[in-house]
Design a protein. Structure first.
Length: 745
């Protein structure tokens, strides 16, 4: 009965076109956004179902790359993570420093009997997190140590603030788990926060506002906004007592003096008597996170996180931001031709999520009529052929209907889910598409079966297209999440490119990297992590050979030198073709040709092509007369005189003296005097670091070279230019440069 009431209430209370609240599977509160490696993360509290107070036992994490489709990463941190905590897992915030992630929380301490500030640490933004110090970072038995917020200032100083009904602060040390000095306290004054501290207020006097709780500390970017030097720091907070709205104050330093600046989100009908905000900029957009009580059965103790997009005023101050049910618009399209975790969704009805150590997070509590919606799904560039899903059912199963545009929209495929013998006995099943689809649509996974009982659990799904594609390492670490795919009009090649091409145009074009593989293998199976990482930083990479759907050696004929020229011809034609998705998005004047080992020889064979802007020879070099017999049959074998045809800057990327190509590559370097040339060595041998996560060290240096040569990035040039260049300081690397190299701009 409870399940039926929830489903009917959801239909009545929230439209499927709504984006707020953006998590429907659980009650979530106190959102704390953090942007890392091109992804927006939001750390939340979790209100228990049916609570009559702030009964909260854990914290949760959600993330997105398009601001509408959110992935549930479960609960990587709970009260049980802290041996000293026994209740009230309230508001928190996470920040990254020096490659680690620090999650500042508050909880009731069984040591002091009061609320305490704690800190957990992890190597990844989604955990696992563990208590960093085994005790509270700060406690003194008082109940008002709640709602921590953290900021790292431009000078490297980290500040931790918290408190209700006043603000405390600490100066954190570089390790982020200890502090210097004494506990500080910000004066609650009428000038600073709209009203003085409670014990200093005049009876009968009406004040314009007052600080309550939930602080969020931030600094205005003076490079973007004409901010007054006395208003560069902003402290946002829940204000007004109960019910709460959001206000803020400004100051010239984190410790003040603070000046009340006004309301940001006025008191509105959010169905929650509390509010708590966080702010983050992401991909050129500014977002304001808060919570409401708008989910069915929600309210003041059953809250739900929401988000609005806004624009700062010219001086960096806040406009008025009103809560909406519509929420924000997508800033990227969603690629369905990849393995998608079932817990990734823009909207859902009825379902919950669970997690365990073996599977991670999965969707559960699925009943007839429930659904998951994904927004702005782009089917262009491929043709869907098969829908696959990993499911488990203890009893009778059901169906997954793949529909577009609405719950009752056109059905593209229907997957039958049988009983699998247990709720965690998983099977991967597939169904063919019986309708074709193009364009961009909202995608609905509608669950059907017998009315009443739970049907099945759901781990992941994937649409297989007639053209193969694969998202490698979550799309890479760059700003533009990439995809590896086939192109119907470019046979025997693999393309690595940002998934969302909408951000590229005549003013923001994609430079080109053309790649040849080691051993002249006709598949980039050894290099796909490296090449995918490059694409994620805003490049289109055209690799010789067939797409590798797994890191598995390719068996087949060798590639040819002509395939690199085919890549150049193809991408220039695509850029000029109005029917192509690459039309007017490619920087055809900035093409680098590169290759590893045998692929490097192919690159040197093609070096005279006038369309090439730069060259990159990896673990390779032309054979000398004295060692030509060592070459493998089928390799291109141009003579050393071929080096004279090079007309562009060239970098050799070698694996040190243990690299079998070191002698040939360095001999090339010493012979090249007519164009700028450098040789970067890292002592890892002939295999380089291509197969390491995200391409390892080689991708860092390759990106520096490409950003400099193809994008004119002066910061990237510092990696190579000057006697004290950044590469010379990077552990393990050496760099040799010829006379012309230092004249490069």
């Amino acid at each position: 009965m409870k399940k039926l009431f929830f489903s009917l209430s959801l239909l009545a209370g929230l439209s499927a076109t709504a984006q707020n609240p953006f998590v429907q599977t659980w009650f979530t509160s106190d959102p704390a956004p953090m942007v890392h490696d091109g992804r927006m993360y939001v750390y939340t509290g979790h209100d228990e179902d049916g609570a009559d107070f702030f009964w909260m036992q854990e914290w949760r994490v959600y993330s997105t790359v398009d601001m509408v489709n959110w992935t549930d990463h479960g609960s990587p941190l709970a009260l049980e993570s802290f041996s000293w905590a026994d209740d009230r897992a309230w508001a928190s915030q996470t920040i990254e420093r020096d490659g680690k992630f620090y999650w500042y929380i508050c909880a009731h301490s069984k040591l002091s009997g009061g609320m305490a500030i704690g800190v957990a640490v992890s190597d990844t933004p989604v955990g696992p997190f563990k208590d960093a110090i085994g005790k509270p970072l700060f406690e003194n038995g008082s109940w008002d140590h709640i709602d921590p917020t953290v900021m790292i200032d431009d000078d490297g100083q980290a500040w931790l603030m918290w408190g209700n009904p006043q603000v405390y602060y600490l100066k954190l040390n570089r390790d982020m788990i200890s502090y210097s000095g004494e506990l500080g306290r910000i004066d609650m004054t009428e000038e600073g926060f709209g009203a003085p501290a409670m014990n200093k207020r005049e009876r009968g006097k009406k004040y314009k506002d007052n600080y309550t709780e939930g602080p969020w500390i931030r600094k205005v970017d003076a490079k973007k906004y004409k901010v007054d030097k006395n208003k560069v720091y902003q402290l946002l907070y829940a204000a007004g007592g109960v019910p709460e709205h959001i206000s803020y104050s400004t100051a010239p330093s984190p410790t003040g003096p603070w000046t009340y600046a006004g309301e940001i989100m006025p008191l509105c009908e959010t169905k929650s008597f509390t509010n708590h905000c966080g702010v983050a900029d992401y991909k050129g957009h500014s977002y304001f996170f808060y919570h409401t009580g708008k989910l069915p059965n929600g309210g003041g103790f059953g809250r739900s996180v929401a988000v609005e997009e806004f624009k700062y005023n010219a001086d960096g101050s806040f406009p008025t931001i009103m809560p909406t049910d519509e929420g924000v618009k997508p800033i990227a399209t969603f690629n369905p031709y990849q393995k998608v975790q079932a817990e990734t969704m823009a909207f859902s009805r009825g379902v919950k999520t669970e997690q365990n150590d073996e599977i991670g997070v999965y969707v559960s509590d699925i009943h007839n009529g429930d659904y998951i919606k994904l927004q702005n799904v782009k089917f262009d560039g491929n043709t869907p052929k098969k829908f696959s899903a990993r499911v488990a059912s203890g009893l009778r199963g059901g169906q997954i209907e793949v529909r577009i545009d609405s719950v009752k929209g056109q059905m593209l495929a229907r997957l039958e889910v049988p009983g699998t013998g247990g709720w965690e006995k998983w099977q991967t099943l597939s169904a063919d598409f019986h309708k074709q689809v193009n364009g961009t649509h909202d995608l609905y996974l509608v669950f059907t079966g017998r009315k009443g009982p739970k049907l099945f659990n759901f781990d992941w799904w994937q649409i297989e297209g007639t053209l193969k594609s694969l998202v490698v390492e979550d799309g890479g670490l760059g700003q533009y999440k990439a995809i590896m795919k086939e192109e119907a009009t470019l046979a025997a090649h693999t393309v690595f490119v940002p998934q969302d091409l909408s951000v590229f145009n005549e003013k923001n074009r994609l430079p080109v990297l053309v790649w040849g593989n080691g051993a002249c293998t006709n598949s980039p199976w050894e290099h796909f992590k490296f090449l995918n990482e490059i694409a994620s930083h805003g490049y289109i990479v055209l690799a010789t050979g067939y797409i590798p759907m797994e890191e598995k050696p390719y068996n087949g004929p060798m590639s040819t030198t002509e395939q690199q020229i085919e890549s150049i011809d193809w991408i220039i034609a695509q850029n000029a073709n109005p029917a192509s998705p690459y039309y007017n998005k490619i920087d055809v004047k900035n093409i680098c040709v590169a290759g590893m080992s045998c692929g490097g020889l192919q690159t040197l064979f093609n070096c005279a092509d006038p369309r090439i802007k730069a060259l990159m020879i990896c673990n390779s070099g032309l054979f000398k007369e004295s060692n030509r017999a060592q070459a493998v049959g089928g390799m291109p074998m141009p003579p050393k005189s071929k080096l004279k045809e090079i007309h562009t800057p060239i970098m050799y990327l070698l694996g040190g003296k243990e690299d079998i190509a070191y002698e040939n590559g360095m001999d090339d370097f010493y012979q090249i005097k007519h164009v700028p040339c450098c040789a970067a060595n890292f002592p890892v041998g002939h295999g380089g670091t291509y197969r390491q996560p995200h391409g390892g060290e080689f991708s860092v240096v390759a990106l520096g070279w490409l950003d400099w040569q193809l994008k004119g990035d002066k910061q990237a040039a510092k990696m190579f230019k000057g006697n004290d260049c950044e590469l010379s300081k990077r552990k393990g690397w050496t760099l040799d440069k010829n006379a012309k190299f230092n004249k490069l701009k």
